[in-house]
Design a protein around this ligand. Sequence first.
Ligand code: NAD
Length: 440
Amino acid sequence: MKIAIVRERTEGETRVAATPETVAKLIGLGASVTIERGAGELARFPDADYKAAGAEIAASADAALRGAEIILTVRRPAPALLRGVARGALVIGAMDPYGNEGEVAALAATGATVVAMEFMPRITRAQVMDILSSQANLAGYQGVIDAAANFDRAFPMMMTAAGTIRPAKVFVMGAGVAGLQAIATAKRLGAVVSANDVRPAAKEQVESLGGKFVAVEDEEFKQAETAGGYAKEMSVAYKEKQAALTASHIAKQDIVITTALIPGRPAPKLISKAMVESMLPGSVIVDLAAERGGNVELTQPGKIVAHKGVTIVGYTNVPGRLATSASQLYARNLLAFVETLIDKQSKAFAVNWDDELVKATVLTRDGAVVHPNIKVAEAVKSAAQPKAAAATRKPAAKKEAAAAGAAPAKKPAAKKASPSRPGPAVKPAAAKKPAAKGTK
Ligand code: NAD
């Protein structure tokens, strides 16, 4: 049973899908592991360490992939990369399928079985495999560090012989995994922290970390959480009320960190140009939603911009800014999933296609796109898939295919996009998840 890891080819991607630690564990499960030369270099895992862990180092991606039954990746690989891959090989990574349905169809045509780790259900058994949480947790931390690095003042209150410096005021918008870690990190640095969210459950979590919760708490707010614990789109009236409250709050802040996301949709715009202009010069906004279009009207994804003295930090791939830590956690998430695909007795590759984790995450199989949330236009489907496989699928509306999208920055999705997590087939985890790791 061969497992392969290749160097990431997406521009700016620094992470790697396996570390020497996880390689040793994969080998312990009975696999042989081959790594493309230099795959871990940007995350500071040298080839020699992989070799010491028992991996073979291949000189090229083709050589690494030849005969592999499992391929671990960080980003969705280009279909061309998988051309020589054995039919049925499992390709496991963050596939970002919404808005990229054509690419998913092209991957299906290679015959590979593509698994989207971001579709992992948020149930207790799969917490260890939750790449969204592991990466968002680090992004929340790094967002505060980036804010501090771009801020010309200190975070904590300092009482010195030369006088007192007041603590920085930090406002975190969106208190999910990234937001809670941002709150905890800013508190540790000594800031006065407040936060908001459209999910009522977030209030208690923010307060448990010592933050002040800022939200319009009307009936709509109380109903706002969906069964899966995620935010839903709010009404125009609510958004106006919330915007008025946040506008007056933002004007008094030194730092704002935005983390608001809605599964399957572009990031909601929460900070207008006027709100940016209401902040004092020297203030900093870090937009952690930049990769999904941004929460701030003036964000330029991938850039740091200044507007009337306010710095707006729009890094994309924030977890990649902590490539070593992010790879360590990501690789462990993948290892935990791969463990479920290997028979412990025979040490052979044995996928249980009826396992809810497998059903929720498999995008393509036997040449076809099989995930119910991924609607591929008929034209794309027939071009990409063998006829036999095509007969087994439901027709998809053109409109949905064009629209669906968790909107990467450059491709905003239309309003009727599907939710970005697999839905009803899987029981969602309780909304009351404890705060991000290490926040207590
Ligand atoms: P996310 O990344 O989808 O969104 C980030 C946050 O933005 C969310 O809290 C969301 O409510 C908030 N948001 C959306 N629109 C907003 C707006 N207009 N204003 C302010 N905030 C807005 O969310 P996430 O971090 O993946 O977490 C979502 C939920 O899932 C949380 O309750 C989290 O605790 C829970 N969760 C559960 C598990 C588990 O049980 N295994 C694992 C991870 C997260």
